[in-house]
Design a protein around this ligand. Sequence first.
Ligand SMILES: Cc1ncc(COP(=O)(O)O)c(C=O)c1O
Length: 392
Amino acid sequence: MRNHEAERMQGIPFSNIRAIFEEVDRLKAQGRQIVPFHIGRPDFDTPQHIKEAAKAALERGLTAYTSNYGLPELRQAIADSLAAHNGLQVDPERQIIVTVGANEAVLLAMLATLNPGDEVLIPDPMWLHYFYCAQLAGAQVVSVPLRAEQGWQLDPDDVARRITPRTRMVVLNSPHNPTGAVYPRETFAAIAELVEQHDLLLLSDEIYQKLRFDGVEHVSPGALAQIAERTITVDGFSKTYAMTGWRLGYVVASPLLIDSMVRVHQYTTVCATSFAQAGAVAALRGSQACVTAMVEEFDRRRELVVAAFADLPGGLQPPQGAFYAFPAIPANRTAQEWARELLREHGVAVVPGDAFGSAGEGYVRLSYACSRADVQRGLAALRESYLRSLTP
Ligand SMILES: Cc1ncc(COP(=O)(O)O)c(C=O)c1O
């Protein structure tokens, strides 16, 4: 048989992070205990009141397709939450689509707005999903380097220097995966200027917005009047409410952009799972004490991570949000080498930084969303390995 793979698939590899999952599964099958620093998934179960709401929805027969846009009561709850916490005033009937995870939201946004040959500016290191969704849409990704010595903050001048007549979109993700950086208001203001001046779109992925530490502010660029109609806001329930398997996210944009995106959604997933959406209503409308408790626990683990790297030569920029840290690796290893060594010799799974783009070489990402005992065991092993690498 000839090769039936579409040309558009040829630059799309199997996810690097998934490859690590498979190696971990192999080792576990051999009886090894692995510290799962590679997984970006809260170790908590979904809060009970959210599960009860989904169960009750099933019992009352909420089992058919919903509107393509999502359950009206969920869209209203999302609009109310955006108004209360993000300063965004949106029409729940025309400006929101509930999606199968934020993953689908990003794909809809890119397929609906990008043409072959368009350029998309993305800070590097990045969550690679943006890269491959842009590629599926036929667009070119232009990396904007982030630097550890600048706290992994985005320098708007680096964005400005890369804008060409073909630039169509800028992607921002704050709090940031994989570095944990949170961008301040001035960064968004400067990017908004560029986006408006060059007639661009801004895709803002805010999935970690509730997971912040030390009182840092979260800014939603969709609330900046100047670029409100050019901003596509993406968020979801996976991280904030420990609902990764529920596959629920949403996209918020101008009615015109939503109109294009919903047509992609109609021909792909149709709607997010009906009774799962009822759970999401309970997540937004119910007590937020579960979120506060999770953030407090993540913060305690974050402190352990920061302390573990404090006296190591490469250092670690203290993360301000999400549940990731992006420390420097021993100088005499590549990220892939150190990640492999940590997994095979110490049973600690991390993601090599270059899996997030070329600016991630020299770093690894560790997720401290696993149990505190695992965090402690994993950090001890990382330190031991790092210190051993310093002795000739
Ligand atoms: C930055 C970022 N956005 C979106 C997602 C995907 O979330 P969802 O589970 O809602 O598809 C992830 C998951 O790792 C992520 O890191």
